[in-house]
Design a protein around this ligand. Structure first.
Ligand code: 13P
Length: 257
């Protein structure tokens, strides 16, 4: 973390979990657990059907609400899709774009990711852009090439003054939901590489202002070590964000120091 130049952001990604009633219960639990003073911004990205419930339920806790996906067109005949303007109108502040599960199961391409980033920014929603390599790519020594490609294509055409609103989440695919966390050094190294990639595109001042998260089996016992890396400015947390007491522990780790 480096609080001097950029925000620390701890974000949960509930994926396809939790009903509206579960969401309200979770907020009640959080009221008992959350401590007031906090350095980091706390975000919960949740299923779209429960966004308005969550915006209301988490308002007093000063937890921002994010969506897990959006569609890039403004409006029209796109059955089942949700636009950036619809999210904005609900009070949504963040949106996850290009999660590896969406790339893998729903065919989300780098081009679609880029369009979604533009759509989110145009609606004043902050995109959390996910990038990450597979185990095969890591073992073949392709991690840097792959990550550079994903970062560059996601940010294609994005103006420098918009970069401060973009969050990049480094999520190695082999660490997601596997209980196999990247070591702090591995996470720190790729997050530094991501910042260097942004620096080569936008210069040092912009690069140091961008929040870069790590995601992949982050939990209360490894969070502090991961967040101690200078270029790891937060976490995108799946499994552990479903349990209020674990999520709060990770927020606490980000508030230390
Ligand atoms: P886990 O924390 O469950 O590994 O999930 C990480 C993730 O995919 C967050 O977006």
């Amino acid at each position: 973390m480096n609080r001097r130049y950029r925000k620390t952001i701890i974000a949960g990604n509930w994926k396809m979990n939790m009903t509206a009633s579960d969401t309200k219960k979770y907020a009640e639990e959080m009221k008992k657990l959350m401590t007031r003073a906090k350095w980091c911004e706390t975000v919960l990205c949740i299923p779209s059907c429960n966004l308005s419930t969550a915006v209301r339920a988490f308002k007093d806790l000063r937890i921002s609400i994010g969506a897990e996906n959006l569609y890039y067109e403004e409006k029209g005949a796109y059955t089942g899709e949700i636009s950036a303007a619809m999210l904005k109108d609900l009070g949504v502040k963040y949106v996850i774009v290009g999660h590896s599960e969406r790339r893998q199961y729903f065919g989300e391409t780098d081009r679609a990711v880029n369009k979604k980033v533009h759509a989110a920014l145009a609606a004043s929603i902050n995109p959390i852009i996910c990038v990450g390599e597979s185990l095969e790519q890591r073992e073949a020594g392709l991690t840097h090439d792959w990550i550079a490609l994903q970062v560059k294509s996601a940010l294609s055409g994005v103006a420098a003054d918009k970069l401060r609103r973009c969050v990049i989440a480094y999520e190695p695919i082999w660490a997601i939901g596997t209980g196999k966390t990247a070591t702090a050094e591995q996470a720190g190294e790729v997050c530094s590489f991501i910042r260097a990639t942004i620096r080569s595109l936008y210069g040092a001042r912009v690069a140091r202002s961008v929040t870069i998260q790590y995601g992949g089996s982050m939990n209360p016992s490894n969070a502090a070590e991961l967040l101690a890396q200078p270029d790891v400015d937060g976490g995108l947390i799946g499994g552990a964000s479903l349990k209020p007491e674990q999520f709060v522990e990770i927020v606490r780790a980000a508030n230390q120091g």
